[in-house]
Each structure stands twice: as C-alpha cells, then as structure tokens.
Design a protein around this ligand. Structure first.
Ligand code: CMP
Length: 139
C-alpha cells in the first residue's frame, strides 16, 4: 500500500482533559509517522472555514463554537493507507456506535465531543493538510 498523509486533530474536549499524550502514544504504536504537529487554539472563523462542507447543517454553529473553545493538536500523519487507518483507529463519528478499543469509544463523550478528527478521502486530506499546515511544515 502506498504511503499516504492525512490530517488529524485532537479536539478541545480531549486536550482539556489531558488526553493528548495518550492519543499521541496510540498514534505512534499504530505505526504512523508524525510529519507535523502544532498545538493552538483555532479562531471561530478558522473552524468555520475548515468545516465549510457542513455549513447549513443544524450542528454547524455548535461544532464551530466547540472547535474554537480551547486548544487543539493539529497533526499530519503518514503511513501506508493513512487515511483509512486513522479513521479505523478513531472509530465511528458517534462514540456510542464506535467499536471497542477505538479512540472515540474510549474517550469521546458525544457525537460532537468525539475527541478526534480525520480526513475522509484523499481530496479532503489534501485540502485539510494545506488548510492548517504550511508547505515548510509538510516537507
Ligand atoms: P468530525 O469527524 O470532525 O466531522 C464533523 C464533526 O461534526 C464530527 O466529527 C462531529 O464532531 C460533529 N457533529 C456533530 N453532530 C454531528 C452529526 N449529527 N453528524 C455528524 N457530525 C456531527
């Protein structure tokens, strides 16, 4: 399988509960290389631009308020088949439906506060990686 990159975010619910280190450890153990990493708080406008495909959905205002409510950890992850493998490690969007052992099952508390984000396709990964990370960070 070809090397691939995906954009991962450790969301404010996980960072504020001190779970970033545990999630990073699981990322390493699962065999991903961390190409770039940055911890900072997003502005509401940045969160709105990032989730622009969801604009108009009922959960959009709450989602963008939540994503700009505290620090996040933004990551570029690399591995063979990274997009699918990171989604598998996260589990289903809704923690209640996520498989045992997945990050969202263990650490997510609601469909919104689901501890992590991951790109869902190569096109989205390209957009999301360039949305947050500079060319120099992605070298
Ligand atoms: P994420 O994978 O980051 O993509 C969109 C986010 O919207 C999702 O995780 C959740 O945090 C949030 N969200 C809130 N409500 C819903 C919903 N009903 N369906 C999908 N995503 C939702």
């Amino acid at each position: 399988m070809a090397e691939e990159r995906t954009l991962a975010i450790i969301k404010p619910d996980a960072v504020s509960r001190g779970l970033a280190g545990e999630i990073l450890s699981r990322i390493h153990k699962a065999g991903f290389a961390i190409v770039a990493i940055e911890s900072r708080r997003l502005s509401r406008e940045e969160a709105e631009g990032f989730y622009a495909v969801h604009r108009g959905r009922p959960f959009f205002p709450d989602l963008t308020a939540f994503m700009s409510s505290g620090k996040v950890v933004i990551l570029a992850l690399e591995a063979p088949g990274a997009i699918a493998r990171w989604r598998e490690l996260m589990g289903a969007t809704d923690p209640a439906k996520a498989a045992p052992g997945t990050l969202r099952k263990e650490f997510g508390t609601s469909i919104q506060n689901n501890c992590t984000h991951g790109s869902d396709a190569p096109e989205t990964a390209a957009f999301e990686l360039s949305y947050f990370l500079s060319g120099r960070q992605l070298l």
